[in-house]
Design a protein around this ligand. Structure first.
Ligand code: PMP
Length: 415
């Protein structure tokens, strides 16, 4: 193992007396490159194009805090109490209206499980479906948090190809067939169909039924992870695969990108057998999602025009995406990227021969941060890409960040 492959956790703890005692699954855990960057990228002089933090300034915090205070007086004894492992029934009812926007009209509150963020959902679904050595198919570049969850269960993550129209159905079928030939158990396909993190692409509406057909043909579950679906810049939403099939899809969504990640509240919808196992797994893992956060989110949904709020966010993110796209055309015309139609990210391809990971310290010296493409693969690929987030910095900062980035890439090309 080379120095760069050494897990940061074992770099930090020297002479750990428990070295050698850890479970094999703990050995498989890796710190994400994004979290490792967090401290550097948060310095005020650095323009961070690295994190995927939503911009929360438009939230009606003052009015909300008054309503939360009222809620606490009225039902503080329940809000501060243990709750159901499946989640608060009222919130499970509330999320149905959100899913209707993406065509999911047949779900009932009993089909829903509330989780501590979708990260918890990814952990639970892997926990109930996978034994060590089982295969999970995942679009590459991969969502980093999903890779972390899968790897911690010693699952083999096998990449399926994406293009500008999202997951390629032929690549999915071919990969399933190949893995079966190798004697592998393919447990599920993990996909982020809308405004992919990090690739920015959206699975075309035409491909969705085809992906479902393949999943059904080979009896492979689809885990449809959809935290960005309502953040399409033109207001368009796409039919969820769960809206076309209620037996072969576990659907995940989250309040993190549309309301507040600090609440740590997300939800999943699953067919009955899987849902029952998920609730048991949730009970074993966290007992129950926090009532306080669930009630806070429900208070917000019940009292504010959340659709308008999401619309305002869409407009803001669109402007930031346009600014980044224009700055890339101005300063880095020799790079390539697909302009996303929603979400938070641009996946930038840098010129042949450059290495986004090696370049990062020089970018930080130039006071700009991004996430190197290697963080989104489990096999060392991705040096020719970087993920640029436009969600958090203001348009001025985005423009300045791309200018700084270009000075670094220009210098690299000359050496
Ligand atoms: N899935 C994807 C694709 C994401 O980008 C994120 C957040 N970065 C999550 C899941 C996790 O979100 P949370 O745990 O905050 O709900």
């Amino acid at each position: 193992m080379s120095e760069t492959d050494t897990p940061p956790s074992s770099k930090v703890i020297r002479n750990d007396p428990w070295y050698g005692s850890y479970a094999a699954r703990a050995e498989a855990m890796r710190a994400s490159e994004i979290r490792a960057l967090f401290a550097v990228a948060s310095r005020p002089e650095v323009v961070s194009l690295a994190g995927g933090m939503p911009y929360l300034e438009y939230m009606p915090f003052k009015e909300l805090s008054e309503l939360i205070a009222k809620m606490m007086v009225e039902k503080g004894d329940v809000a501060w109490q243990y709750g159901s492992a499946q989640g608060d029934p009222h919130l499970r009812e509330d999320v149905l209206q959100i899913m209707e926007l993406e065509g999911i009209t047949d779900a009932q509150p009993d089909d829903v499980v509330i989780t501590n963020g979708s990260q918890n959902a990814l952990d639970l679904i892997t926990r109930i479906m996978c034994d060590p050595g089982d295969v999970v198919l995942s679009e590459a570049p991969n969502y980093v948090g999903a890779l972390g969850a899968f790897q911690s269960f010693q699952v083999e993550v096998v990449n399926v190809m994406l293009d500008e129209n999202g997951l390629i159905p032929e690549s999915l079928e071919q990969t399933i067939v190949e893995q079966r030939k190798l004697g592998k158990k393919v447990k599920f396909l993990y996909t982020v169909p809308n405004f992919h993190n990090p690739a920015g692409v959206t699975l075309s509406v035409e491909r969705r039924p085809r992906v479902l057909e393949i999943a059904r043909k080979y009896h492979v579950l689809i885990v449809e992870d959809n935290p960005y679906g309502l953040l399409g810049f033109d207001g368009q939403t796409y039919p969820a695969m769960r809206s076309m099939d209620n037996q072969n899809v576990v659907y995940l969504s989250s309040f993190s990108k549309i309301i507040a990640p600090g609440m740590r509240i997300a939800w999943m919808v699953a067919p009955p057998g899987i849902r029952q196992k998920l609730v048991l797994a949730n009970e074993a893992s966290v007992l129950c999602p926090p009532n306080m956060s669930q009630f806070t989110i429900a208070t917000y949904l019940d009292n504010f025009d959340w659709k308008k709020q999401i619309n305002d966010y869409r407009g803001m993110y669109k402007k930031r995406c346009d600014t980044m796209d224009a700055a890339l055309h101005e300063y880095l015309p020799y790079c390539s990227w697909n302009k996303p139609k929603g979400g938070f990210y641009i996946w930038l391809k840098i010129p042949e021969g450059l290495d986004s990971r090696a370049m990062l310290p020089r970018a930080v010296t130039a006071k700009v941060a991004y996430v190197a493409g290697t963080g989104f693969y489990n096999n060392g690929e991705g040096r020719d890409h970087m993920r640029l987030s436009f969600c958090y910095p203001t348009p001025d900062r985005i423009h300045e960040g791309i200018r700084r980035l270009a000075s670094v890439i220009d210098a690299e090309r000359e050496t």
